[in-house]
Design a protein around this ligand. Structure first.
Ligand SMILES: *Cc1c(COP(=O)(O)O)cnc(C)c1O
Length: 415
């Protein structure tokens, strides 16, 4: 099917959950995607932070081919080698002790929330006071299933689905006094993304993260760090919390873990893991042989090619280039982020929308999040020349937007 047919069919047949750009992708290689007309796009979003090794990476292809010949699915009623081999790598990378495998980000986060509740139940049975309340941060994003969306701040994502999970309260972003005021032994979990993704690429401060660690340690509540977007090297460390020198009790990984094949993981300490015993939680597909084999290939490739180093270097270069744009264009409010998880906040939502659309016109994929923020989540294998291409395009778009006076340029984009 071609784009127009697909659009017509989807408009009739699919539940209306997405507002897609009118481009039909049929292939990809490296950092580029190919549309049905053979037009090449530079992808600086990598799915949404998923394709860390880019498209058609030989290691990913080989793992899929090899493992699919051997075994695609068994069930969690039996053993296969993949989960233990992947868990060995993940526990070493994160500093945590045990892993639960699932199929997506939101499922990993659900597992984290359920673990926190179960752990509080266990602690109470052992005579410690620990309640069931959960604290999350304003502007947070933890996923779309009921528990995850209950800890997600944006009203549009929450409101229509109420009533949500009881006992969730939001703390003002980076506000230690607000955290202290809302924290008590009624709280079983404090949730945060070390670098908020969907919320606009906002790293939490060292002081706030440390306060969350200190308070939770005092009562035995769990500190949950959502690394679904920021984890697996994205920020230049395996987990963003490693920049802070803080170890949470629980973390979640997903997006780039399977190189495009769905897989998620919830990791926790030995102490927290005491709360779950066989039968309490599970999944049919989670940690299947194919997904594990691909995730192992992704991680081994990242080690072999020293990608963490590459991410740090190219991330620093990208950040600096964005800062030179900020110096040249008054419409740029701030550049934020770590490694290859970067955001550039613009003066208003219309301008951000205009710039993202104009980038797509020039066959460069980025996206706009939190209304005013341009988000860059390029594949880990991105090279400085790709960054230069994007910076040059951004420079031109920002210049002509200001020359034509923003509102006129915006009208032109929608004409
Ligand atoms: C994407 C994301 C999720 C949800 O992951 P899905 O795989 O879409 O369910 C949760 N938390 C964060 C921080 C994310 O970026």
């Amino acid at each position: 099917m071609k784009l127009n047919e697909i659009r017509a069919a989807e408009a009739k047949l699919l539940v209306r959950t997405y507002d897609r750009n009118p481009i039909n992708f049929v292939g990809g290689e490296g950092v580029h995607l190919l549309d049905e007309n053979g037009v090449r796009y530079l992808d600086l979003l990598s799915g949404i932070g998923v394709c860390g090794l880019g498209y058609a990476h030989p290691a990913v292809l080989a793992a899929i081919e090899e493992q699919s010949r051997k075994l695609i699915h068994t069930s969690n009623l039996f053993y296969h080698p993949g989960q233990a081999e992947l868990a060995l790598r993940l526990t070493e990378m994160t500093g945590l002790d045990r892993v639960f495998f699932c199929n997506s980000g939101t499922e990993a986060w659900e597992a984290a929330l359920k673990l926190a509740r179960a752990y509080a139940t266990l602690r109470r049975s052992e005579g410690h006071p620990l309640g069931t309340k959960i604290l999350a941060l304003e502007h947070s994003f933890h996923g779309r299933t009921m528990g995850s969306v209950s800890t997600t701040h944006k009203p549009n994502y929450r409101k229509p689905f109420e009533p949500l999970l009881a006992g969730v309260e939001f703390v003002r972003f980076d506000d230690i006094a607000d955290l202290e005021a809302k924290f008590s032994d009624e709280v079983c979990a404090v949730c945060l993304e070390p670098v908020q993704g969907e919320g606009g690429i906002r790293p939490v401060s060292k002081e706030f993260f440390a306060a969350a660690r200190r308070l939770t340690q005092q009562t035995g509540a769990l500190l949950l760090a959502d690394e679904i977007q920021s984890g697996l090297g994205r920020t230049g460390e395996w987990c963003a919390y490693q920049h802070y020198g803080i170890l949470p009790d629980v973390t979640t990984l997903a997006k780039p873990l399977g190189g495009g094949i769905p897989i998620g993981a919830m990791l926790c300490t030995e102490e927290a893991a005491r709360a779950l015993s066989p039968g309490m939680h599970g999944t049919t597909f989670g940690g299947g042989p194919l997904a594990c084999a691909v995730a192992i290939a992704v991680i081994d490739t990242m080690h072999r090619d020293n990608l963490l180093d590459h991410i740090r270097r190219t991330g620093k270069y990208f950040f600096e280039q964005l800062q030179t744009l900020a110096a040249r264009h008054s419409a740029v409010v701030e550049v934020r982020g770590k490694g290859l998880m970067l955001g550039m906040e613009l003066a208003n939502a219309e301008l951000a929308k205009h710039v993202a659309a104009q980038m797509l016109e020039r066959h460069i994929i980025i996206n706009r999040t939190s209304e005013t923020v341009l988000r860059f989540l390029p594949p880990f294998i991105v090279e400085p020349k790709h960054i230069d291409q994007a910076i040059q395009a951004l420079d031109q778009i920002l210049s002509s937007a200001s020359a034509a006076n923003l509102s006129a340029a915006v009208q032109g984009a929608h004409a």
